[in-house]
Design a protein around this ligand. Structure first.
Ligand code: ATR
Length: 287
C-alpha cells in the first residue's frame, strides 16, 4: 500500500481523499489517502511532514493555510519546481528520488511542486475553451492569482490583464512575478482597479476569495467575455451568474480541483489519469 495525505487546517471538508482513492482504483494501484489535521504553526507542520515521510509516506498535498510554509520547508531541503517557485507556494510534496539514491534522508529530500495553476489550464482545455492567442483577464491579486499566471503564459495566451480591488497589490504582484520568471517578464501585464476594468476579453477568471460570501464584485457594464471561470466552486456563484446573463459560457473551479489532484497523482505514481472519466464518476457520487 502506498500512503498519501492532505495536510490542512481545517481539513474535514477536503474532497482529496475521495478523488485520489478513485484515481488509485482507475490506475489499479493499492493506495491509502487520508486527511491530516495540523495545528496552524510552522513547527507543527514540519513535524507532521517529517513524521509522515519518515514513516514511509509517498506523497502529500498541502492546503490552506500551509502552502507558503510548505514552500519554505522545501526551499530549505530538496528544492522546488519552477511552478512552485513562481507561485511562492507548494501544494504537492514528494521525495526527490535522485537525492534519496545518494543516501539523503527522506526529510532532506523533500521536494515541492505546485499543480494548482496547471490544474486550471487542464480544466479549461477539457472545456474546449481556446487558450492559444486568448485575451485573458484575472480578477484578484492574492495567492490564487499568483499561481495561474505562469501556466496561462505557458499555454500561449496573447494578453494578460490583472484587476484587483486594491490596484497596488496587482502592481506589486506583476513586479514580483516578472522578477521571478523570465517567461512572465517577456509579457506586458496590464493592471487595473476591478471597477475600472472594461472591454472585451476571451476569458475572465475570478481569482478573488469572494466566492459565496454574498458580496459581489463591482463589474463595469462595459466589461464582456466569451468565457467566465470562477476558481471557487459551489452553486450560484454571482460572478458566473453575471456573465452567463450576458451570454458567456461559464465554469466553476470544481474541474480545477480534480485537475490539480490528477497532476499530483501523476507526479507521485507516474500513472496518467483519465480526468474526464474520473470527474464523471465523482459527480455521479456527488463529491
Ligand atoms: P487567495 O489565496 O485565495 O488568493 P488572498 O491572498 O487573501 O486569497 O487574496 C484574496 C483576493 O480576493 C484579493 O485579490 C482580494 O482583494 P484585495 O487585494 O483588494 O484585498 C480579493 N477580495 C477578497 N474579498 C474581496 C471583496 N469583498 N471584494 C473584492 N475583492 C475581494
Amino acid at each position: 500500500t502506498q500512503h498519501f495525505i492532505v495536510i490542512g487546517n481545517p481539513i474535514a471538508h477536503s474532497k482529496s481523499p475521495e478523488i485520489h482513492t478513485l484515481f488509485g482504483a482507475q490506475a489499479g494501484l493499492d493506495i491509502c489517502y487520508q486527511r491530516q489535521y495540523c495545528p496552524d504553526d510552522a513547527a507543527s507542520f514540519t513535524a507532521v511532514v517529517e513524521a509522515f515521510f519518515h514513516g514511509g509516506g509517498m506523497g502529500a498535498n498541502v492546503t490552506v493555510p500551509f502552502k507558503q510554509v510548505a514552500y519554505e520547508c522545501c526551499a530549505a531541503r530538496g528544492g522546488l519546481s519552477e511552478h512552485a517557485k513562481v507561485a511562492g507556494a507548494v501544494n504537492t510534496l514528494l521525495l526527490d528520488k535522485a537525492l534519496l539514491a545518494k543516501g539523503v534522508s527522506p526529510v532532506e529530500a523533500l521536494y515541492g511542486d505546485n499543480t494548482d495553476g496547471q490544474g486550471l489550464i487542464n480544466h479549461i482545455k477539457r472545456l474546449g475553451w481556446p487558450l492559444n492567442g486568448a485575451r485573458v483577464a484575472i480578477i484578484g491579486a492574492g495567492g490564487a492569482a499568483r499561481g495561474v499566471v505562469l501556466p496561462l503564459i505557458e499555454a500561449g495566451i496573447e494578453t494578460l490583464t490583472i484587476a484587483n480591488r486594491t490596484v497596488s497589490k496587482a502592481e506589486i504582484l506583476v513586479d514580483e512575478l516578472s522578477t521571478a520568471s523570465e517567461k512572465i517578464n517577456q509579457h506586458t501585464i496590464q493592471t487595473y482597479a476591478t471597477a475600472a476594468l472594461s472591454g472585451d476579453f476571451d476569458i475572465i477568471i475570478n481569482a478573488t476569495s469572494i466566492g459565496l460570501s454574498g458580496e459581489t464584485l463591482p463589474l463595469a457594464d462595459a466589461l464582456n467575455c466569451q468565457y467566465a471561470y470562477d476558481m471557487m466552486y459551489g452553486r450560484e456563484l454571482p460572478f458566473l451568474q453575471h456573465f452567463a446573463a450576458r451570454g458567456a459560457q461559464t465554469s466553476n473551479g470544481y474541474g480545477m480541483l480534480i485537475g490539480q489532484a490528477a497532476l499530483s497523482f501523476e507526479r507521485w505514481t507516474g500513472r496518467a489519469i483519465d480526468v474526464a472519466q474520473a470527474t464523471e464518476t465523482l459527480q455521479a457520487h456527488s463529491f
